[in-house]
Design a protein around this ligand. Structure first.
Ligand code: 3MF
Ligand code: MG
Length: 398
């Protein structure tokens, strides 16, 4: 025990604030420009903002225009008290990426993705951003399995590696993060589609010491996992245990089993799961940033509505932090955690560090009292734990 909550810092994707709220079947419902959004944002507790290249200038913009927009954006952010946190190459909207980007079967498309990606690495550095996000939304297939999937993944990682190496050679202090998502916009966007598969691909393709700690995973919870009814909490645990979690996560609201909803935090979501995300981060002393990647629902159209959405997003995370603080301070939880997570494990804990596993297993066999005896253990503590957590979340703990 004795654990405490580190209040998270907040960021938001600039693309969320200016999102016009259209969907495949409905027209835009909002018209809020970048400067207007930054002014609203500056008045909230969210002090960081991130951009795609294409949020700020067209893909074919002349270098002069790009320089001008970078200057203007930096100035406007600093006036509004905002830091530019992440920068990212949009390698999914341009029609040239309809067959994929880094992983496209066509070399001229892979080249386009690499040029765009390396430009974004330069611009991230110019903006003074901390991380370059790589969301491989088009790195997959629409159903044809048109290339060998291992080759597709290798091509994806090759393109990414060229961009990462480019930044390293330039001497930029940037961390690169892969943002996994199980599918959409490509129907089978499954190259590195979960946090676990992204982590595994990074470990395999970036195994050289020069890349150590430079390529991590930024998950989006709960949206990118709950859209396929996967579990964010176990994925998060693995990423933290394996040192693969980026210094930030994306966060929003999601109705499980639907396509990426990007609803306001909490909307449609499971509060128990959201609580467990905040608990898991704080239990391990995470000191990262929560970057909202979500937007007001389509029915919210005003600047005031946008402002309300931003404040409520912060409020939801802070509410969860308060619940986690109550959890850490709860004597009943301390007792239950003692039964479930006690560090001491003299029975099997030392087996892998001993000189001979065979000798240790021999000892276990000698002391083994049979499966019926093992079944005697009191596992009711698990339900008691869940009940206690629920009572803390609902504010009914006595
Ligand atoms: C898609 C996303 C993306 C990424 C963004 C960052 C448009 O579901 O989450 O947002 O977060 O591209 O690179
Ligand atoms: Mg995201």
């Amino acid at each position: 025990m004795g654990k405490s909550v580190t209040p998270a810092g907040f960021s938001i994707g600039g693309w969320c604030g200016i999102n016009p709220g259209g969907d495949p079947f409905g027209e835009a419902v909002r018209n809020i420009g970048t400067d207007e959004f930054l002014d609203v944002l500056g008045k909230t507790a969210i002090k960081r903002v991130s951009f795609h290249d294409r949020d700020l200038w067209p893909d074919d913009a002349a270098p002069g225009l790009v320089t001008e927009v970078i200057g203007h954006t930096k100035q406007h952010c600093s006036k509004a008290g905002l830091e530019i946190y992440n920068f990212t190459s949009n390698n999914f909207s341009n029609p040239c990426f309809r067959s994929g980007a880094f992983s496209s079967p066509f070399p001229q498309v892979r080249a386009a993705a690499i040029v765009k990606g390396c430009n974004a690495v330069d611009h991230a550095n110019e903006f003074g951003a901390k991380h370059v996000i790589w969301w491989g939304g088009r790195e997959g297939s629409d159903g044809a399995y048109e290339q060998d999937p291992g080759l597709g993944l290798a091509r994806y990682m090759q393109g990414l590696k060229i961009c990462v190496r480019y930044g390293v050679e330039k001497g930029y202090k940037l961390i690169h993060t892969v943002e996994p998502k199980v599918y959409e916009p490509r129907l089978l966007a499954l190259y590195a589609g979960t946090g676990a598969s992204a982590a595994s691909a990074i470990r395999h393709h970036f195994s050289e010491p020069a890349f150590a700690g430079k390529v991590l995973v930024n998950p989006e919870y709960p949206q990118h996992v709950m859209m396929l009814n996967l579990d964010p909490v176990f994925e998060l645990g693995q990423l933290m245990e394996e040192g693969m979690l980026a210094p930030f996560i994306h966060f929003g609201g999601q109705i499980a089993g639907r396509m990426d909803c990007d609803l306001p935090p909490g909307f449609g979501s499971n509060v128990y799961t959201d609580f467990m995300i905040v608990l898991t981060l704080n239990r391990r002393g995470w000191k990262g940033v929560v970057e909202f990647d979500c937007r007001p629902p389509r029915t919210t159209t005003s600047v005031q509505g946008l402002s309300g959405f931003l404040n409520a997003a912060v409020g939801y995370w802070r509410m969860l932090e308060d619940k986690v603080a109550a959890y850490f301070a709860d004597a009943k939880i301390a007792e239950l955690e003692g039964a479930l997570m006690a560090a001491e494990d003299s029975t099997v804990g030392g087996l892998l560090t001993a000189s001979s596993v065979t000798k240790g297993v021999g000892q276990l066999r000698a002391n083994f009292k049979g499966f019926a005896a093992a079944a005697e253990v009191n596992t009711d503590v698990i339900e008691a734990y869940q009940r206690r957590v629920m009572s803390i979340i609902t504010g009914t703990a006595k």
